[in-house]
Design a protein around this ligand. Structure first.
Ligand code: IMP
Length: 430
């Protein structure tokens, strides 16, 4: 089956958007299946920047049909704005380019307000969320109070569900968090306005669309958001997002069986970053971390927050390979490492006097884990204009080689800059 999953193997922001954009030229469908507007993909094409939060990164290719599946929490106001911007820039000309599942969960202003109010009052236990309402929206889904995308097109159902859902939210926001009053009429008005804008993209059953495409042997790319270590079950809980970010989630969030999947590509930054709170064993609080942040422009596409930076962590990556069933890697942002005399890679942790190579899943253990590094020689050359793998400096080669062999996993793609033409292919995609 020609299904390929692209997922983040670290804490998000690995460069999935660029990879999906590049791969989309060879794909028939690009499917988003989890997360919401907490994601931010920055795409650079011909020097022009496009930032996407909800629309799949395949949208810049007219040949690919983009699908938003049932597992996504859909901030309909933000999505309407994103679509307007794409239309204004001539990037979304035909409604057939984007299909939105009737079963996706609708995220509205009160979800955002609740998320932000909770974070504000959390004190030291802050998760450091993006404030985009992701947690409260998934809570609604789990507690069976969610408004679904299809509900937007029946005003009576929408009014009824909104009233039921808002009862509790209004109490929490106004009485517990002392926020400004929730105006149901305004929420309804905004929801209907967004629904009108999104109506042309409505698709009752995107799972059926993807199923039929798979039967016709069409090439399907499943685009993950966030990263492995932010997974609600297997990430660094509680400092995680509220969805499953693992490869398995592509099947669940789309509504296809695992047999549809041929490859799982783990998108991996050549170093590590994390936004928000939580353990991060290889974090660098020194000038090296600062340099990675500045050169790598490590500032969030969604919130503008500066990302915490550190060396590559093979212990965490081994875990990501295992729990996602990653079949190959794309190694991103290698160009950022140019100019370092020495580059370190964490190959194991020291935990309570023991050397461990398996990722400690308990957050308490991870807090105490100290990285054990292998040191590699860096390179001075600017590699961002290199078009051929064989032209890379020997030390860049050795760095990539070391990662591939330590992880016993092939590397399919090396990325040496944000542009499409800064992508070096080691193996064809399909
Ligand atoms: P939430 O998803 O907004 O609830 O945030 C929960 C955690 O996930 C926080 O640490 C966020 O910084 C992190 N997070 C959410 N989305 C992304 C992303 O797209 N990239 C990186 N971190 C993210």
């Amino acid at each position: 089956m020609p299904g390929i999953i692209v997922i983040g193997s670290q804490w998000g922001d690995e460069g999935k958007g660029k990879v999906v954009d590049v791969f989309s030229s060879q794909s028939d469908y690009v499917v988003r299946y989890q997360g919401g507007a907490n994601a931010g993909h920055t795409l650079v094409v011909d020097g022009k920047k496009t930032v996407l939060h909800l629309v799949p990164s395949g949208i810049l290719h007219q040949n690919a049909v983009c699908v938003i599946g049932a597992g996504v929490v859909l901030d309909i106001e933000k999505l309407a704005e994103e679509i307007s911007a794409l239309q204004k820039n001539g990037l979304l000309k035909d409604a057939k380019q984007l299909l939105i599942s009737d079963s996706a969960t609708v995220l509205l202003s009160y979800h955002r307000e609740l998320d932000q109010a909770r974070e504000k009052s959390a004190g030291l236990e802050k998760i450091g969320t993006t404030g985009k309402g992701i947690g409260p929206a998934y809570e609604d889904r789990a507690s069976r109070k969610a408004i679904l995308f299809g509900d937007l097109f029946n005003e009576d159902t929408l009014k009824e569900k909104l009233a039921a859902s808002l009862k509790e939210k209004k109490f929490l926001l106004e009485k517990m968090y002392k926020s400004s009053p929730v105006q149901i009429d305004k929420v309804l008005e905004n929801a209907l306005k967004a629904a009108e804008k999104l109506a042309p993209f409505r698709c009752r059953d995107t799972s059926l669309v993807v199923h039929k495409a798979l039967k016709q042997n069409k090439k399907i790319l499943f685009e993950g958001a966030q990263g492995t270590l932010l997974d609600i079950l297997h990430g660094t809980y509680p400092y995680v997002t509220s969805s499953s970010t693992l490869a398995g989630s592509a099947c669940i969030g789309t509504g296809v069986g695992p047999g549809a999947i041929d490859k799982v590509i783990g998108i991996t930054k050549a170093y590590t970053t994390r936004v928000g709170s939580g353990p991060f064993p290889t974090e660098l609080g020194d000038e090296i971390g600062e340099r990675l942040r500045t050169v790598g422009q490590e500032f969030g596409a969604t919130t503008g927050r500066s990302r915490r930076c550190g060396w590559l962590d093979l212990v965490a990556l081994r875990y990501a390979l295992r729990i996602n069933g990653i079949t190959s890697l794309a190694l991103m942002k290698l160009d950022v490492l140019s100019g370092f005399k020495e580059i370190k890679i964490c190959t194991a942790y020291e935990l309570d006097g023991q050397i461990v190579k398996d990722y400690p899943v308990s957050p308490g253990d991870l807090e105490r884990a100290k990285p054990i590094y292998q040191s590699l020689s860096g390179w001075n050359e600017d590699i961002s204009n290199i078009k051929n793998v064989k032209d890379l400096p020997k030390n860049t080669h050795d760095y990539a080689q070391f990662i591939g062999s330590e992880l016993a996993t092939p590397i399919d793609v090396l990325s040496v800059g944000p542009g499409r033409d800064q992508t070096l292919w080691l193996k064809p995609l399909f």
